[in-house]
Write a protein that binds this ligand. Sequence first.
Ligand code: DX5
Ligand code: ZN
Length: 217
Amino acid sequence: MNNVLIAPSILSADFSRMGEEVKSLEVCGADMIHADVMDGVFVPNITFGIKMVEDLRKCTALPIDAHLMIVHPEKYVERFAKAGADFVTVHYEACKEDTAKTLKLIKSCGAKAGVVINPDTPWERAAEFLPLCDMILVMSVYPGFGGQKYIPSADEKLLNLSRLIGEKKPQTLLEIDGGVTEENAPRLIGLGANVIVAGSAVFKAADRKKAIAALRG
Ligand code: DX5
Ligand code: ZN
Protein backbone atom coordinates (compact mmCIF):
# COMPACT_ATOMS: atom_id res chain seq x y z
CA MET A 1 0.00 0.00 0.00
CA ASN A 2 1.53 3.32 -1.08
CA ASN A 3 0.49 6.57 0.55
CA VAL A 4 -1.35 7.96 -2.42
CA LEU A 5 -4.58 9.84 -1.71
CA ILE A 6 -7.51 9.43 -4.07
CA ALA A 7 -9.64 12.57 -4.39
CA PRO A 8 -12.73 11.95 -6.53
CA SER A 9 -14.06 15.11 -8.16
CA ILE A 10 -17.73 15.72 -7.43
CA LEU A 11 -17.97 17.69 -10.67
CA SER A 12 -18.96 14.35 -12.20
CA ALA A 13 -21.50 13.54 -9.45
CA ASP A 14 -25.28 13.90 -9.68
CA PHE A 15 -25.69 17.38 -8.15
CA SER A 16 -29.31 16.62 -7.18
CA ARG A 17 -28.05 13.84 -4.88
CA MET A 18 -24.76 15.33 -3.70
CA GLY A 19 -24.96 14.17 -0.09
CA GLU A 20 -25.53 10.54 -1.11
CA GLU A 21 -22.82 10.76 -3.74
CA VAL A 22 -20.27 11.91 -1.16
CA LYS A 23 -21.35 9.18 1.28
CA SER A 24 -20.88 6.63 -1.49
CA LEU A 25 -17.35 7.92 -2.17
CA GLU A 26 -16.56 7.57 1.51
CA VAL A 27 -17.84 3.98 1.62
CA CYS A 28 -15.93 3.17 -1.57
CA GLY A 29 -12.58 4.19 -0.10
CA ALA A 30 -12.00 7.79 -1.22
CA ASP A 31 -9.46 9.72 0.86
CA MET A 32 -10.57 13.24 0.04
CA ILE A 33 -13.44 15.03 -1.71
CA HIS A 34 -12.30 17.28 -4.57
CA ALA A 35 -14.77 20.16 -4.99
CA ASP A 36 -14.44 22.10 -8.25
CA VAL A 37 -15.65 25.66 -7.77
CA MET A 38 -16.17 27.47 -11.09
CA ASP A 39 -17.41 31.01 -11.63
CA GLY A 40 -18.08 31.19 -15.37
CA VAL A 41 -15.38 33.88 -15.68
CA PHE A 42 -12.04 32.25 -14.91
CA VAL A 43 -13.36 29.15 -16.67
CA PRO A 44 -16.26 28.75 -19.11
CA ASN A 45 -18.45 26.78 -16.72
CA ILE A 46 -20.34 27.34 -13.46
CA THR A 47 -20.66 24.84 -10.61
CA PHE A 48 -21.22 25.66 -6.94
CA GLY A 49 -19.72 27.68 -4.14
CA ILE A 50 -19.35 28.18 -0.40
CA LYS A 51 -22.75 26.76 0.57
CA MET A 52 -21.94 23.44 -1.07
CA VAL A 53 -18.76 23.11 0.99
CA GLU A 54 -20.64 24.11 4.14
CA ASP A 55 -23.36 21.51 3.57
CA LEU A 56 -20.93 18.75 2.56
CA ARG A 57 -18.92 19.45 5.71
CA LYS A 58 -21.92 18.23 7.70
CA CYS A 59 -22.23 14.98 5.81
CA THR A 60 -18.65 13.71 5.52
CA ALA A 61 -15.61 13.38 7.72
CA LEU A 62 -13.32 13.21 4.68
CA PRO A 63 -11.08 16.20 3.99
CA ILE A 64 -12.60 18.61 1.47
CA ASP A 65 -10.25 19.91 -1.20
CA ALA A 66 -11.73 23.11 -2.66
CA HIS A 67 -10.23 23.82 -6.10
CA LEU A 68 -11.14 27.44 -6.80
CA MET A 69 -11.41 28.23 -10.50
CA ILE A 70 -12.55 31.78 -9.92
CA VAL A 71 -11.26 35.29 -10.46
CA HIS A 72 -10.23 37.23 -7.34
CA PRO A 73 -9.96 34.14 -5.15
CA GLU A 74 -8.53 36.35 -2.38
CA LYS A 75 -12.05 37.70 -1.83
CA TYR A 76 -13.45 34.25 -1.04
CA VAL A 77 -10.74 32.01 0.43
CA GLU A 78 -11.61 32.96 3.99
CA ARG A 79 -15.24 31.96 3.52
CA PHE A 80 -14.28 28.62 1.94
CA ALA A 81 -11.98 27.91 4.88
CA LYS A 82 -14.70 28.85 7.38
CA ALA A 83 -17.20 26.68 5.49
CA GLY A 84 -14.97 23.71 6.31
CA ALA A 85 -12.63 23.23 3.36
CA ASP A 86 -9.48 21.49 4.60
CA PHE A 87 -7.51 22.45 1.50
CA VAL A 88 -8.10 25.61 -0.51
CA THR A 89 -6.23 25.78 -3.80
CA VAL A 90 -6.00 28.87 -5.99
CA HIS A 91 -4.77 29.33 -9.53
CA TYR A 92 -1.54 31.20 -10.14
CA GLU A 93 -3.23 32.55 -13.29
CA ALA A 94 -6.03 34.07 -11.20
CA CYS A 95 -3.78 35.48 -8.44
CA LYS A 96 -0.58 36.46 -10.29
CA GLU A 97 1.30 38.99 -8.11
CA ASP A 98 -1.14 38.33 -5.26
CA THR A 99 -0.37 34.62 -5.11
CA ALA A 100 1.82 34.71 -1.99
CA LYS A 101 -0.61 36.99 -0.20
CA THR A 102 -3.54 34.73 -1.03
CA LEU A 103 -1.73 31.56 0.11
CA LYS A 104 -0.83 33.27 3.40
CA LEU A 105 -4.44 34.34 3.85
CA ILE A 106 -5.65 30.74 3.39
CA LYS A 107 -3.20 29.51 6.01
CA SER A 108 -4.12 32.28 8.43
CA CYS A 109 -7.71 30.99 8.23
CA GLY A 110 -6.55 27.56 9.39
CA ALA A 111 -6.86 25.75 6.05
CA LYS A 112 -4.11 24.10 4.04
CA ALA A 113 -3.05 26.14 1.04
CA GLY A 114 -2.18 25.17 -2.48
CA VAL A 115 -1.25 26.80 -5.76
CA VAL A 116 -2.60 25.44 -9.07
CA ILE A 117 -0.98 25.80 -12.48
CA ASN A 118 -2.77 25.50 -15.81
CA PRO A 119 -1.37 23.46 -18.72
CA ASP A 120 0.30 26.53 -20.31
CA THR A 121 1.97 27.72 -17.11
CA PRO A 122 5.55 26.51 -16.50
CA TRP A 123 6.20 24.40 -13.39
CA GLU A 124 8.61 27.06 -12.10
CA ARG A 125 5.67 29.40 -11.38
CA ALA A 126 4.37 26.87 -8.83
CA ALA A 127 7.87 26.11 -7.53
CA GLU A 128 8.32 29.73 -6.45
CA PHE A 129 5.53 29.31 -3.91
CA LEU A 130 6.65 25.99 -2.45
CA PRO A 131 7.54 27.53 0.95
CA LEU A 132 3.92 28.71 1.32
CA CYS A 133 2.22 25.60 -0.06
CA ASP A 134 0.88 22.48 1.64
CA MET A 135 -0.01 21.21 -1.80
CA ILE A 136 0.80 21.97 -5.43
CA LEU A 137 -1.81 21.09 -8.06
CA VAL A 138 -0.78 20.45 -11.64
CA MET A 139 -3.66 20.72 -14.13
CA SER A 140 -3.41 18.13 -16.87
CA VAL A 141 -6.42 19.52 -18.79
CA TYR A 142 -7.63 23.07 -19.41
CA PRO A 143 -9.89 23.63 -16.42
CA GLY A 144 -13.65 23.87 -16.80
CA PHE A 145 -14.92 20.41 -17.64
CA GLY A 146 -14.60 16.80 -16.64
CA GLY A 147 -14.01 14.01 -19.10
CA GLN A 148 -11.14 15.58 -21.08
CA LYS A 149 -7.98 13.86 -22.25
CA TYR A 150 -4.77 14.01 -20.19
CA ILE A 151 -2.26 16.53 -21.62
CA PRO A 152 1.14 14.75 -21.67
CA SER A 153 3.21 17.89 -20.89
CA ALA A 154 2.01 17.53 -17.30
CA ASP A 155 4.35 14.52 -16.93
CA GLU A 156 7.48 16.67 -16.93
CA LYS A 157 5.94 19.16 -14.50
CA LEU A 158 5.19 16.37 -12.04
CA LEU A 159 8.71 15.04 -12.34
CA ASN A 160 10.36 18.44 -11.81
CA LEU A 161 8.07 19.45 -8.97
CA SER A 162 8.34 16.11 -7.18
CA ARG A 163 12.14 16.31 -7.33
CA LEU A 164 12.09 19.81 -5.93
CA ILE A 165 9.58 18.89 -3.21
CA GLY A 166 11.71 15.87 -2.30
CA GLU A 167 14.77 18.09 -1.88
CA LYS A 168 13.23 21.11 -0.22
CA LYS A 169 9.95 20.29 1.51
CA PRO A 170 8.93 16.63 1.34
CA GLN A 171 5.71 17.04 3.32
CA THR A 172 4.16 19.06 0.47
CA LEU A 173 1.54 17.13 -1.46
CA LEU A 174 1.65 16.98 -5.26
CA GLU A 175 -1.78 16.72 -6.86
CA ILE A 176 -2.68 15.93 -10.44
CA ASP A 177 -6.07 16.84 -11.91
CA GLY A 178 -7.57 16.12 -15.31
CA GLY A 179 -7.87 13.08 -17.53
CA VAL A 180 -6.58 10.66 -14.92
CA THR A 181 -7.56 7.05 -15.57
CA GLU A 182 -6.66 3.70 -14.11
CA GLU A 183 -4.37 3.26 -17.13
CA ASN A 184 -2.25 6.39 -16.59
CA ALA A 185 -2.48 6.66 -12.77
CA PRO A 186 0.42 4.27 -12.07
CA ARG A 187 2.70 6.34 -14.32
CA LEU A 188 1.65 9.61 -12.65
CA ILE A 189 2.28 8.13 -9.22
CA GLY A 190 5.68 6.98 -10.49
CA LEU A 191 6.39 10.59 -11.50
CA GLY A 192 5.68 11.70 -7.95
CA ALA A 193 1.98 12.60 -7.80
CA ASN A 194 0.51 11.61 -4.44
CA VAL A 195 -2.97 13.14 -4.64
CA ILE A 196 -4.93 11.78 -7.57
CA VAL A 197 -8.06 13.64 -8.67
CA ALA A 198 -10.51 11.68 -10.78
CA GLY A 199 -13.98 12.61 -11.92
CA SER A 200 -15.07 10.45 -14.84
CA ALA A 201 -12.82 7.54 -13.89
CA VAL A 202 -14.76 7.15 -10.64
CA PHE A 203 -18.26 8.28 -11.55
CA LYS A 204 -18.49 6.50 -14.91
CA ALA A 205 -17.26 3.23 -13.42
CA ALA A 206 -19.78 0.46 -12.79
CA ASP A 207 -18.00 -0.30 -9.52
CA ARG A 208 -16.72 2.83 -7.71
CA LYS A 209 -14.89 0.86 -5.07
CA LYS A 210 -12.90 -1.02 -7.70
CA ALA A 211 -12.27 2.19 -9.65
CA ILE A 212 -10.89 3.97 -6.58
CA ALA A 213 -8.69 0.98 -5.70
CA ALA A 214 -7.41 0.79 -9.30
CA LEU A 215 -6.33 4.45 -9.20
CA ARG A 216 -3.91 3.71 -6.38
CA GLY A 217 -1.60 2.17 -8.96
C1 DX5 B 1 -11.54 20.32 -14.36
C2 DX5 B 1 -11.61 19.95 -12.90
C3 DX5 B 1 -11.34 18.54 -12.62
C4 DX5 B 1 -12.30 17.57 -13.27
C5 DX5 B 1 -11.56 16.30 -13.54
O1 DX5 B 1 -11.60 21.69 -14.47
O2 DX5 B 1 -10.68 20.72 -12.17
O3 DX5 B 1 -11.26 18.31 -11.23
O4 DX5 B 1 -13.42 17.29 -12.49
O5 DX5 B 1 -12.39 15.47 -14.26
P1 DX5 B 1 -11.83 14.19 -15.03
O6 DX5 B 1 -11.19 13.30 -14.00
O7 DX5 B 1 -13.04 13.60 -15.63
O8 DX5 B 1 -10.83 14.68 -16.05
ZN1 ZN C 1 -10.33 20.15 -10.04
